[in-house]
Design a protein around this ligand. Structure first.
Ligand SMILES: [Zn+2]
Length: 257
């Protein structure tokens, strides 16, 4: 057993939240306190009703998430927002959130773990966000269709259908880049082009990103925002189990996207 303060101190040392820029509503760190000793940890991509209920049903009293409670900014405690907060307080479940620090982490990061899950070995950083690299990149010499297939199989495990821009038969990937979540934006596509990346794997992107990628000669694979961000929190839970002897459970709550 350990307290939320002990676990948080360890996570902060590991993830270094102060070293990363992030979205204004990310609030990396403890978002909800709990006075109790932590008896079980639940991990999930999103702080939402389904994962809070899943944590409660699993007997967990600390929920570690990638997307915290305040993502949409300030809003009244009504409807689903009220129910989330009520359930957390009623069941004494604390919340710890880690967004970009968890995307970027060299061991527990969503991007490095996604690369490995797709059979790719990173040898460089990628996706610079306000001075910090979040993603990973690497060299390869494999059929692009092999990466597409790996992404399709991976996403299907999380109820997601991976999609991709046109890929010519027999095309080979020589250099790839990964940026989980909403990874296809103006900056990552520009960076990919500048660095000769021919295959990019992201969670999701806007309509225009498919057009820009195709015209830049990049095959862009959309493996699902949810699916691409499941690995970091899960690995973190397993790490905390090994470190503190507290069991952890991943609460799967796919969005279908
Ligand atoms: Zn995300």
């Amino acid at each position: 057993m350990a307290t939320i303060a002990e676990i948080t101190a360890h996570l902060d040392q590991l993830l270094r939240p102060d070293a990363f820029p992030d979205h204004v509503n990310a609030f990396n760190g403890v978002q909800v306190e709990t006075a109790a000793e932590i008896r079980r940890i639940a991990t999930a991509v999103d702080a939402r009703e389904r994962t809070i209920e899943g944590a409660r049903d699993a007997g967990a009293n600390l929920l570690i998430v990638h997307h915290g409670l305040f993502w949409r900014g300030v809003h009244p405690l009504r409807g689903p927002v009220f129910r989330r907060v009520r359930a957390l307080i009623q069941h004494e479940i604390g919340v710890y959130s880690s967004h970009i620090p968890l995307d970027a982490h060299a061991e527990f990061g969503n991007n490095v773990l996604l690369a490995r899950a797709l059979g790719l070995t990173p040898n460089a950083d990628f996706a610079n966000f306000d001075g910090v690299d979040i993603g990973v990149a690497g060299d390869a010499d494999v059929p692009t269709e092999q990466i597409v297939r790996a992404a399709t199989e991976f996403s299907a495990r999380f109820a997601t259908t991976a999609r991709h821009t046109p890929c010519a038969s027999g095309r080979r990937t020589r250099r790839w880049g990964i940026c989980s979540g909403a990874g296809a934006d103006v900056r990552t596509l520009r960076e990919a082009t500048a660095r000769g990346i021919d295959t990019m794997i992201v969670g999701e992107g806007a309509h225009w990103s498919a057009i820009d990628a195709e015209e830049a000669g990049i095959v862009l694979i959309y493996a699902g925002h949810y699916a691409t961000e499941t690995l970091g929190v899960r690995a973190l839970g397993e790490h905390l189990t090994a470190r503190f002897g507290i069991p952890s459970t991943f609460i799967d709550a796919p969005t279908g996207l």
